[in-house]
Design a protein around this ligand. Structure first.
Ligand SMILES: NC(=O)c1ccc[n+]([C@@H]2O[C@H](COP(=O)([O-])OP(=O)(O)OC[C@H]3O[C@@H](n4cnc5c(N)ncnc54)[C@H](O)[C@@H]3O)[C@@H](O)[C@H]2O)c1
Length: 256
């Protein structure tokens, strides 16, 4: 099996794409550590898979993440694969959304990445191997009305990961930054509890497995950016070439 004997760390492993990635890696023989604050979700991920170990960790807590990574390496072995999927996604108009919520978004979605990268990558780079996967989003590429707090975190994730990749491109570590369109996971409940931009509500959500499979293809073919789903890469090109067209479309859809 492809991952037999390897050690993987998946954050957000208690739900959605993190859960799908963790179970896929475990089914292929990896020893998988999952970090999440959702303990019930982590128990569900580990069900029937004795090689999945759950760690209750808040990824925005630097000391807790560094201590938990050290624990994983002493209990399971040096980490070969990191997938940083944990995130939150409350939406709202920037001047109406609580600034504390906007800063919490940054602490988890971006700060979590900083914590995970600095805890895991020095060892992977020193060993000259491993895979590092960041979860950005099409929302990190195409800005959207009513989703500014979240978009800002996903733009930061993409920029940070791109620089990490280039600073370590000869290290032997493979990097992938995945930019999914809407995916059918529980994350959308948070948006629905706040406000749903009309544009995202209209798009059909793809399955989590489609995202995870595209990440594997990108790692194997040496592509840094992964664009799962139809039309996603086109969205990236449109943003580069015709940003005003996308903004006009967005204003028309939301009606302001
Ligand atoms: N679902 C989508 O439409 C979509 C689209 C593009 C990108 N993404 C990104 O993909 C990744 C996975 O999203 P998902 O849809 O699977 O989400 P999800 O909500 O299903 O899972 C996210 C997990 O992160 C955990 N988490 C939240 N805060 C945490 C914290 N402080 N510490 C530890 N764990 C924490 C949650 O408990 C949850 O289990 C996220 O980074 C998300 O931004 C999602």
């Amino acid at each position: 099996m492809a991952f037999t004997g390897k050690v993987a760390l998946v954050t957000g492993g208690g739900s959605g794409m993190g859960q799908t990635a963790a179970r896929m890696l475990a089914e292929q023989g990896a020893k998988v550590a999952i970090f999440d604050v959702n303990e019930a979700g982590m128990a569900e991920t580990a069900e029937g898979l004795p090689n999945v170990t759950a760690y209750a960790v808040d990824i925005s807590d630097t000391d807790a993440v560094h201590a938990a990574v050290a624990r994983v390496e002493s209990e399971l072995g040096p980490i070969d694969r990191v997938a940083n999927a944990a995130a939150i996604m409350p939406f709202g108009k920037l001047l109406e959304q609580d600034p504390k919520v906007q800063l919490k978004l940054m602490a988890i979605n971006y700060g979590g990445l900083v914590n995970i990268a600095t805890a895991t990558l020095p060892g992977m780079v020193a060993r000259g191997q491993g895979d590092f996967i960041s979860f950005s989003s099409m929302s990190g590429i195409i800005p959207g009305l009513l989703m500014g707090g979240y978009c800002a975190t996903k733009g930061a994730v993409q920029m940070y990961t791109e620089i990490l990749y280039h600073e370590n491109r000869d290290s032997g570590v493979r990097f992938c930054c995945v930019c999914p369109p809407p995916v059918a996971t529980p994350l959308w409940k948070q948006a629905k509890d706040t406000v749903v931009p009309k544009l995202t509500d209209a798009s059909e959500a793809i399955a989590p497995a489609e995202v995870i499979e595209d990440v594997e293809r990108c790692l194997d073919s040496g592509k840094f950016l992964s664009f799962p789903g139809k039309q996603t890469r086109m969205g990236y090109i449109m943003r580069r070439l015709f940003p005003n067209y996308l903004w006009n479309y967005s204003h028309k859809a939301e009606g302001f």
